[in-house]
Design a protein around this ligand. Structure first.
Ligand code: ADP
Ligand code: MG
Length: 255
């Protein structure tokens, strides 16, 4: 059923919390190599939709296809290993670990989960640890956080934490990254830098789905925008089409 130019397709996803239909038969499509936007008023269900797409929450109904394959039965860490990564609206970094340690979280899995490989191949493991550290330092360098590598993540600004969380997704060779409000609470200078990074990662072939309230960010980055309101699809189109859509404008009134 999937068209092969889509990296992510979600069809009729629904999720209720008690009596509240947070997401109701929402569908979304992200073209391969695109930067796609997801907007909508507060409480529209955007973050919940992200949780359904990445299986941090189980959908009541609907289907999610990543590269044409259903992923709903996979736990989030296995979805991540396929190259489908996400960040959170409130960045999830561990304050009491250093910036570098945060980058390396999760890389141990790739080194070998079997006790035997730990016992029998210590040299190989040390080599892989060295390579992971080198990769992490290169990524930190590219986002301007290398000088903070040995600082506690808790000492970073809110914006730097968001940047660190994005940088960490690059450790897993992502094909698609979902970003939940990358510019929220971030100072304008850092917002510009984050946008530059997103564009450059996109040029390296990574697709993005971005929730964002900052319309300048959406307009400057996205080729296509989906609008959610009250848990369901309101519109989708180019940024220009969305900006001039009466229904979208009225959904935002009263915000
Ligand atoms: P958005 O990200 O678009 O602002 P959310 O997806 O966070 O919206 O929330 C959609 C609706 O679902 C809101 O009314 C919110 O209060 C509710 N909601 C979100 N998560 C939960 C939860 N874990 N339990 C109960 N209600 C929730
Ligand atoms: Mg949200």
């Amino acid at each position: 059923p999937q068209s092969n130019d889509s990296i992510l397709q979600a069809i009729n996803l629904s999720k209720s919390f008690g009596g509240l239909k947070a997401v109701h038969q929402a569908s979304i499509d992200v073209k391969n190599h695109s930067i796609t936007g997801l907007i909508g008023p507060n409480g529209a269900g955007k973050s919940t939709l992200f949780n359904l797409l990445s299986n941090f929450l189980t959908a009541d109904e609907g289907q999610v296809l990543f590269e044409g394959n259903p992923v709903q039965n996979l736990p989030p860490h296995q979805i991540a290993r396929l190259g489908f990564l996400r960040t959170f609206q409130v960045a999830r970094v561990l304050s009491r670990l250093t910036v570098l340690e945060n980058m390396l979280l999760g890389t141990q899995n790739q080194i070998g989960e079997h006790l035997f490989s730990v016992l029998l191949q210590p040299k190989k493991i040390r080599k892989q640890e060295r390579e992971s550290k080198e990769k992490a330092m290169n990524i930190l360098e590219s986002v301007g956080l290398a000088e903070k590598a040995y600082d506690y993540a808790g000492a970073l600004s809110g914006g730097q934490r968001k940047l660190l969380e994005m940088a960490r997704t690059l450790m897993t060779n992502p094909k698609l990254i979902l970003l939940d409000e990358p510019a929220a609470g971030v100072n304008p200078t850092l917002i510009n830098q984050i946008c530059e990074h997103i564009l450059s990662w996109n040029q390296q072939g990574i697709s993005f789905l971005i929730i964002e309230h900052n319309m300048d960010v959406i307009m400057s980055l996205c080729s296509h925008v989906w609008v959610l309101a009250e848990g369901t699809n309101l519109a989708d189109g180019t940024p220009e089409e969305i900006q001039n859509n009466e229904q979208v404008l009225s959904a935002y009134l009263g915000e």
